[in-house]
Design a protein around this ligand. Structure first.
Ligand SMILES: *Cc1c(COP(=O)(O)O)cnc(C)c1O
Length: 350
């Protein structure tokens, strides 16, 4: 039996497995939920009628999300992680053979999901400084049906200012502009408030990063009410389970905890950045560049990525390795101190 090439040629996403004392590889929050909140959640889960299907539009979660971010709940669709939302958007808002513009480096899954929907991907390389050439992207968008990119970006940690994104949206009115704001809680250049102003704008959000619920699988598409209606009709009816809905609604209402955690993560990211800059200063031949982060992780440009990654792994510290650099997620103060001192020992000449 012959299976389609789009399937057999797929390379599976390859997260680190195994057990590490320190995990700084997946851009998760380093805060688990406070015990009191876990107890409250346990209580709520006990009340769920497990024999019943969940709320198909996750009303409670959507309302809590909308209240926290100041958007209308009628513009929000909940999904099983933003990964599900991306698959769905590409598979339903674009036709087979449509052209999608991506940028590189960026989140690798966009290309995978596009390939499965038989969408043609055109990739624009970023500039030497790892920022997007917005004029080139606007030009590419003219004969494409959609553009997707993360802002701020995974893995570079850099962001495109709101004004630049607006310029893209306004100058490509016939092209769907999908802005993946998975890390925008850590920066302040969101365009989410503009989804009712621009018909061609879709913003993606997730509970996996700043909200600290990667275990739960909850992501969101934010766009005008007409398209929201279409996406809700296109999704599978019970895409978000009742347990996840209950947990996410509870946590999204804890706005002061969320803001506190976010501030603390930003603080630790800046501390990590300063520590890595210091190492670059000491070993400029080994570490080429450390980028000022707009996210909860830091990108380090180095020709020795693989060696450094492997040596840290041997010492029980997991980070993410790319061909030309390392992506290191903010951890607790203790975890970062350990990372920086191990890294310095590895870099230090014998
Ligand atoms: C982590 C991440 C997501 C989140 O995906 P979920 O499926 O919601 O966990 C989406 N986009 C980017 C760029 C990410 O880094």
């Amino acid at each position: 039996m012959k299976l389609p090439e789009k399937l057999t040629k797929l390379k599976a996403y390859d997260p680190i497995t195994g057990s590490y004392a320190v995990r700084l590889d997946a851009n998760e929050s380093f805060f688990d939920l406070p015990q009191v909140l876990k107890a409250k959640i346990a209580d709520r889960i006990e009340q769920i009628p497990m024999n019943r299907y969940p709320d198909p539009v996750a009303t409670e979660v959507v309302e809590a999300f909308a209240a926290y971010y100041g958007v209308s709940p009628d513009c929000v669709t909940a999904g099983n992680g933003s990964d599900e939302i991306i698959t769905l958007l590409l598979g339903t808002f674009l036709e087979k053979g449509a052209k999608l513009v991506t940028v590189a480096p960026d989140f690798s899954m966009y290309g995978v999901y596009a390939a499965l929907s038989e969408i043609e991907v055109v990739t624009l390389q970023k500039q030497e400084n790892l920022q997007i050439d917005m004029d080139a992207l606007i030009a590419a968008a003219q004969n494409a049906q959609a553009v997707v990119f993360s802002n701020p970006c995974n893995p570079t940690s850099l962001g495109e200012p709101r004004e630049a994104v607006i310029r893209l949206i306004e100058n490509a009115p016939d092209c769907l502009i999908i802005v993946d704001e998975a890390y925008m809680d850590f920066w302040d250049e969101s365009v989410m408030d503009l989804v009712t102003k621009y018909e061609n704008l879709i913003v993606l959000r997730t509970c996996s990063k700043a909200i600290g619920l990667a275990a739960c699988r909850m992501g969101f598409a934010v766009m005008d009410t007409y398209k929201t209606g279409l996406l809700r009709a296109a999704k599978s009816p019970y895409n978000c389970d009742a347990v996840t809905q209950s947990i996410c609604a509870t946590v999204l209402r804890e706005t002061s905890i969320l803001r506190h955690c976010c501030d603390e993560i930003i603080l630790q990211t800046q501390r990590l950045y300063a520590g890595l800059c210091n190492l670059q200063h000491l070993y400029p031949d080994l570490i080429e560049n450390v980028y000022a982060p707009r996210t909860n992780f830091v990108f380090v440009k180095t020709a020795y990525a693989k060696e450094l990654f492997e040596q840290l792994a041997q010492r029980g510290i997991a980070i993410r390795c790319f061909p030309n650099g390392l992506r290191i997620c903010a951890g607790t103060r203790r975890e970062q101190t350990l990372l920086l001192s191990e890294l310095e020992q590895i870099l230090k000449p014998e």
